[in-house]
Design a protein around this ligand. Structure first.
Ligand SMILES: Cc1cc2nc3c(=O)[nH]c(=O)nc-3n(C[C@H](O)[C@H](O)[C@H](O)COP(=O)(O)OP(=O)(O)OC[C@H]3O[C@@H](n4cnc5c(N)ncnc54)[C@H](O)[C@@H]3O)c2cc1C
Ligand SMILES: O=C(O)[C@@H]1CCCC=N1
Length: 388
């Protein structure tokens, strides 16, 4: 086999997690191949689109802790590449004042001393115009939060990986993985070998893991990415300092509604429902459920009076959900040189740089920089089907 087909590590899937993992490996001078089934850039997975929210506001301390370093790593990439990837807007968290979820968000911010502002009913509309705070809801702003320019970030990290000597082969679908001390990876165009393999295949994770005899309890859902037109252009604009926002559990929905200020499409505000209908990732466009859009229309009609409650643009994206909505970051239980990052459950983009670092550490057999117990597969126990 020629040396072009032999690597220290092969990363499968060039979404945000695979691209950052490959970049971390290349920074550590590891000869790395990044394989992607589609021609890059593409919009068939979970990492496409122009924007994502970045925030420290979480219900669990472990995410807030990790975000500390993650902000640094995003800034480092911006400096290294000379590209702006983050814009601070703040994140307005709203939810029933006495609900568990809202209190957890607020407490986590306070306990971790994240810069924040608590708004009350009297000063709310002065700070956040054109939003009706629902009866009984509280409101708190995570000042550190903002928008990540997602497509630009992906292009940047892939470019930096290549500058470090990393190889990307797109339009090359992985068709087989043969575990062993040296792992053999077959694609639609060739056969490669590596000391370790990282699987970051997003909605296709279980398809890839099947080659290693492992299945995770993952559910893939389609998300209708909705943009809503401002009645008065600029009312919810990023330049007017309108923040990102997130609704914790409420009457309308068990899950969150979230939004970003108008920015990428002039006059249009991105507001989505944090759940969707199950889909086969290869049949995404056949899933036509729009019940999420009905929920959004009702919410917008009631609480965002400056928007036309009819989506102006609807795009598609996918979440890969775990039962507890926490990520999966682990080594294969039998083949320790096969590592995977999966189940990012619709909130993984902001963590890309740190996920890359952690998966790189796991693939090199190092002790990971953070306690990975919330992310290990043993938490699923009986639900983790293994043919091994
Ligand atoms: C509408 C929407 C809004 C979101 N908003 C936010 C947000 O505001 N903040 C946030 O932090 N996160 C957000 N997320 C979540 C975040 O975008 C995802 O968690 C993240 O993009 C997942 O990345 P990934 O690399 O795991 O998956 P993907 O981006 O899907 O990457 C997996 C890649 O693997 C490739 N692949 C699969 N199988 C093969 C194969 N056999 N051979 C070769 N390649 C293969 C795929 O083609 C794909 O490119 C959002 C997601 C969606 C859908
Ligand atoms: O991860 C995020 O910040 C967004 C908003 C909340 C729901 C999921 N994604």
């Amino acid at each position: 086999m020629s040396t072009e087909r032999e690597y220290e590590c092969i990363v499968i899937g060039a979404g945000v997690q695979g691209s950052f993992t490959a970049y971390q490996l290349a920074q550590r001078n590891k000869k790395t191949l990044l394989l992607e089934q589609f021609v890059l850039p593409h919009s068939r997975g979970s990492s496409h689109g122009q924007t994502r929210i970045i925030r420290k506001a979480y219900e669990q301390d472990f995410y807030t802790h990790i975000m500390e370093e993650c902000y640094e790593l995003w800034a480092q990439l911006e400096r290294e590449a000379g590209v702006k990837l983050y814009r601070q807007t703040g994140l307005l968290v709203m939810g029933p004042e006495n609900s568990q979820s809202y209190q957890l968000f607020k407490d986590t911010l306070q306990r971790n001393k994240v810069p924040m502002v608590i708004l009350n009913r009297d000063n709310f509309s002065q700070h956040i115009p054109h939003v009706n705070l629902a009866e009984g809801d509280g409101a708190v702003v995570d000042i550190t939060a903002g928008v990540l320019y997602a497509d630009r970030a992906l292009k940047t990290v892939q470019g930096q990986f290549q500058k470090l000597g990393g190889v990307i082969r797109d339009k090359e679908k992985v068709t087989d993985i043969k575990p062993g001390p040296v792992v053999t990876v077959s694609t639609s165009a060739g056969v490669y070998r590596a000391k370790s393999v990282v699987i970051t295949a997003g909605p296709w994770a279980n398809r890839l893991l099947a080659h290693t005899g492992l299945q995770l309890p993952l559910k893939v859902v389609k998300i209708n990415v909705c943009y809503w037109r401002e009645k008065v252009p600029g009312s919810y604009n990023v330049k007017q300092r309108f923040p990102c926002f997130l609704l914790t559990e409420g009457k309308e929905s068990k899950m969150h509604i979230y939004g970003l200020p108008s920015n990428e499409y002039p006059g249009l505000v991105k507001i989505c429902y944090h759940a969707g209908a199950e889909t086969d990732p290869d049949q995404r466009d056949r899933q036509t459920d729009r019940s999420d859009i009905d929920i959004l229309q009702r919410y917008i009609g009631r609480c965002l009076p400056g928007l036309i409650p009819e989506p102006a643009v609807v795009e598609s994206c996918m979440y890969t959900l775990t039962p507890d909505h926490h990520f999966v970051l682990d080594c294969h239980p039998v083949y320790s040189n096969i590592v995977f990052g999966a189940g990012f459950s619709g909130h993984g983009f902001k963590f890309g740089p740190i996920i890359g670092k952690l998966l790189c550490e796991l693939s090199l057999g190092e002790v990971p920089s953070y306690d990975l117990s919330p992310f290990r597969i043993r938490r699923f126990q009986a639900k983790t089907k293994s043919a091994l």
